[in-house]
Design a protein around this ligand. Structure first.
Ligand code: PMP
Length: 407
């Protein structure tokens, strides 16, 4: 606190009780005071292969011994590009960056460049990074800048709509479609409640974008490489024009990617549209992508992750039921949401009908009992979670709940 505002280097970490971590391995974190945690936060998502995956760390070290950054091309970026495009299956070209925030910015700029339009349709509860033109929050039903100092004018070109409502989108595009460059969304809204798209919704969004000449951007920074090799695009069978990736792509290292159709992405290559970054596609980043995506292709962990997640979700539900508590566990095995309440949740507004604050109050108790979980209710499962972690997680959750309810 003496050195750093709030004692943290990302405001996302301001919330909740937290400990000092000394090391991490597999699905476990170990604090300086000797406490261990079963980790379902995964560093906000990146540790999909578990902490410190040996072959990724080795690959990065090995590669970096011959130089870290060249200001020139190197073979690992070719291999990383091949593997990412092979995994995705639908995209023609890829550009790497350091963070999801940057990948989103590149996507929005490209969409505006190719359409010559300015407006962007996006959705309530979806997160696309921390910069002025995308960071939003809701106050009394109105959406606007989420931070002091944020230029409200940078949101003037954003049209913010409820998600999972194709009619609403159709109405808006009927009136303003000619001004809209892009529709951007998390194809499964993981950041707010892990809510799946309604049957047919993504197809209808795809159709509307085609009808109005709008670039469809899927923000798969969380979903990509986590829900399966092809992410949400593969799961739901709807193909965007551009998509952003990050987190699970590089075994914990800072890498993101923008992938998409050749005719759009080529505009970066001609220099018409700028996308830059000193550290983009560094040796560290590309070695991490090659090792991580290589593993995801060669030894897909998705069945294992689903098995753990399914058992964990069921176990948590049982613990709630046994205590007659309205503990709600919903979403997918690889990323699910825990809260209190019992309503049908299809979008940000219905999510607010749950008792999210009650769960948030419970989180410090979970942390105290050795479960490392996010304040806003999202749990991530990694390839390193197995039966031992399942047992530990359920035992700790049950103890925490018992203590909290009786307190
Ligand atoms: N898009 C989505 C869907 C995200 O979840 C995030 C980060 N949680 C971002 C973009 C921004 O990524 P980063 O934090 O790497 O800038």
């Amino acid at each position: 606190m003496r050195l750093t505002p709030g004692g943290v280097h990302s405001n996302v970490r301001l919330a909740g009780a937290r400990d000092f971590i000394q090391r991490a391995q597999g699905a476990w974190l170990y604090s300086v005071d000797g406490q261990d945690y079963v980790d379902y936060l995964l560093g906000q998502g990146p540790n999909f292969l578990g902490h410190a995956p040996g072959h990724v760390i080795d690959a990065v070290f090995r590669a970096c011994k011959d130089g870290v950054i060249f200001g020139g091309q190197h073979e690992l970026e070719v291999r990383a590009g091949e593997l990412v495009l092979e995994a995705l299956g639908w995209a023609d070209l890829v550009r790497f960056s350091m963070t999801g925030t940057e990948a989103v910015q590149a996507a929005l700029r490209l969409a505006r460049a190719v359409t010559g339009r300015t407006k962007v349709v996006r959705f309530e509860g979806h997160y696309h990074g921390w910069l002025d033109n995308v960071l939003i929050s809701e106050r009394d039903g109105r959406w606007g800048p989420a931070s002091r100092g944020q230029l409200a004018s940078h949101l003037e070109d954003s049209i913010i709509l409820p998600w999972n409502d194709a009619e609403r989108l159709a109405d808006v595009l009927e009136r303003a479609g000619e001004q809209v460059a892009a529709v951007i969304m998390e194809p499964i809204m993981i950041n707010a409640g892990v809510i799946e798209p309604r049957a047919g919704y993504l197809e209808e969004v795809r159709r509307l974008c085609d009808e109005h000449g709008i670039v469809l951007i899927f923000d798969e920074v969380i979903a990509g490489f986590r829900l399966g090799l092809g992410g949400a695009t593969e799961r739901y069978g709807v193909t965007p024009d551009l998509a952003t990736y990050g987190k699970a792509i590089a075994g914990g290292f800072p890498v993101a990617a923008l992938a998409g159709r050749a005719d759009l992405m080529a505009r970066f290559g001609t220099g018409e549209v700028n996308h830059s970054g000193t550290f983009n596609a560094s040796v560290m980043a590309m070695a991490a992508v090659v090792a991580s995506v290589g593993t995801l292709i060669d030894e897909p962990p998705y069945d294992r992750v689903a098995e753990h997640g399914t058992a964990l979700m069921a176990g948590l539900r049982e613990i709630g039921l046994a205590r007659n508590l309205p503990l709600r566990v919903s979403g997918l095995p690889a990323a699910f949401h825990v809260s209190f309440g019992d309503v049908e949740v299809t979008d940000y507004r219905s999510l607010q009908q749950l008792d999210l604050a009650r769960y948030e109050r419970f989180v410090p108790v979970l942390v105290e009992h050795g479960l490392w979980v996010a304040g806003r209710g999202v749990w991530y499962v990694s390839a390193a979670h197995g039966p031992k972690e399942l047992d530990a997680a359920l035992t700790r959750f049950e103890k925490a709940l018992t203590q909290w309810v009786s307190a």
